[in-house]
Design a protein. Sequence first.
Length: 297
Amino acid sequence: MNDQRRTFDPAAVPSAEVLFEQKNDVFAQKVRWTIRKLAEMKERRARVLVVTRDDTSASSVQAACVAAGINSCKLVKTTTIHDQEQMVMAFRDPDSDLDAVVALFNSCKGLRASHACRNGILVQYPLQFSTYAEVTSVLTYPSQVDKPVWDVALVNETLDVVEEAALARSAAASFIQNQQVHPFPHAQHKVIHAFYLAAICMGKDHSHLPHCRTHWSSMESPEIEREGRFYFALGQYVDHVPEDAHKVDGETIIQIAKSWVPGTPLTYRHVNGMLPAHANGVVLFNYVMGGYVTGML
């Protein structure tokens, strides 16, 4: 194990302009990925709700669907209630040839698409968790056995990664504000728990906590990826054993992480300092913007 913490060097990081310069090319990749996914679903006779951020994006996806022979219709904010109802009826009709509905985040509000399909695609992430929660709930209904499956057209090493971290941050803030985390006396324990809950809601197996304290160019580094898995495991632990949270402080968290190996359960033996540092343990606080501060969790 390389137990040397990686530091953040402001002079060595690329400008954010790079992300915005590639935006159009990235969106084209996202559309191509979406069409491939829709074609797979069409072969399985599975219908899909596709959600985009704006009308221009929806029109691009709709045009690509037409070109690929995927039967779809576009639902925008100006779609009349009558047309929306007709669209949903066709979506639910097993004899209809409709493969997909392409919608906007704001046109999904109030959409009764449950029972129509259980597959959704987010072409882009919304930036606010409240929007994400509302959109991803439209395919859900009480007593549902097969839960909806949401895929995200995410392109690595692009603005998508930053927006995913921003969404996780918004989710964590929402959980804390709405008192959905355990009432830990220490604010940092609440943050760890909140980011764990955010990961669960977003279908992730890692926490975005370390991503949110580093520069975008380091978010997909191996060190941050390993940290994310540790914070997910720690969040899961304090979710189930909240009374042990006080054992995790600025000193012990470093030792706990070094004794834990990604892909294995984090147990009371780790939290209680009963295990030695492992050769493949996790080193924390890499690439922290502003630098590591004693007492950080």
